[in-house]
Design a protein around this ligand. Structure first.
Ligand SMILES: Nc1ncnc2c1ncn2[C@@H]1O[C@H](COP(=O)(O)OP(=O)(O)O)[C@@H](O)[C@H]1O
Ligand SMILES: [Mg+2]
Length: 267
């Protein structure tokens, strides 16, 4: 699989401080569902903002389908059509009076006709299950609803890559399951930053761990590497931890309770 979006020799950080990422390499396979893991403060948000073009690298490049992303206004405008970042805090994203206006803002700014924009907005509201909220003022919505609306705004742009910064943080368990099911139905490449290793194993087809200013990337089976996880202050996903303790090989790689039960011989 070729990379749709990549960081090459990326050094990124904030003025007056040591870099958060240094000579980091990261590549998002086209069509992947990629979980970006790391403890708090490791640099997940910094990496996502770099990839989205909202934080200019100190060194190195962000590459979209083989071409380095420029930082002129027009290059960034073009980049943001293709790559959409949804911030962890929905209130950073939502600023219009009601849900419909908020989700319409991006598509209308693309210069689409009202009709085309409306079709995209309806589709995004529907995909995120927030059609019934369309007329509601955004400030009246629950946290989980605001998160969904913020994601709908990004989906309405029909990006090729959707970068979601901790989209499940603050949601209740049913909200997390619903959101993951929704994301599974999207056709775009999705990167989801989280510190939840169980969720990563259950959902992702590729994982990456941000630690020590670098990014380690591999298949989800990487989450069975106790040495790697311990060195970056993450624990093993429960699915693999349990099998490991029981001496049962984690193959095929279990993702759900049902998978684990099957490996343990439950009917
Ligand atoms: N705007 C900022 N200015 C200065 N330092 C920042 C800023 N944002 C983040 N940092 C620092 O950069 C490091 C990485 O942060 P971040 O990328 O937000 O980590 P994560 O998303 O993995 O929790 C942290 O040490 C954090 O304090
Ligand atoms: Mg963060």
């Amino acid at each position: 699989m070729s990379a749709v979006l990549a960081a090459v020799d990326l050094t990124a950080g904030f003025p007056g401080a040591e870099p958060v990422l240094e000579d980091a390499a990261f590549a998002i396979p086209d069509g992947a569902r990629l979980a970006l893991l790391g403890p708090n403060g490791s640099g997940k948000t910094t990496l996502l903002r770099s990839l989205a073009g909202s934080l200019k690298p100190r060194q190195g490049q962000v590459v979209f389908r083989g071409e380095a992303v420029g930082f002129s206004r027009s290059a960034l405008r073009e980049h943001r059509r293709r790559v959409q970042l949804v911030a962890q805090d929905p209130d950073e994203q939502l600023f219009s009076a009601d849900v419909m206006q908020d989700v319409s803002f991006g598509p209308l700014n693309l210069g689409l006709t009202d009709e085309e924009a409306r079709a995209r907005v309806d589709e995004a509201l529907n995909l995120l299950g927030v059609t019934a909220l369309a007329e509601r003022p955004t400030h009246q919505l629950s946290y989980g609803e605001r998160k969904r609306v913020a994601i709908a705004g990004a989906v309405a742009m029909r990006p090729q890559v959707l970068l979601l910064d901790e989209p499940t943080a603050g949601l209740d368990p049913a909200g997390v399951s619903e959101l993951l099911a929704t994301l599974a139905g999207l056709e775009t490449t999705v990167v989801l930053a989280t510190h939840d290793v169980d969720l990563a194993l259950g959902w992702a087809d590729e994982v990456a761990v941000v630690a020590g200013r670098r990014v380690r990337q591999g298949p989800p089976s990487m989450l069975g590497d106790a040495g790697l996880l311990g060195s970056v202050r993450l624990r093993m996903p429960w699915q693999l931890d349990l099998l490991h303790r029981l001496g049962v090989p984690a193959s095929p790689l279990p993702r759900s309770v049902e998978d684990v039960a099957r490996l343990l011989g439950a009917p």
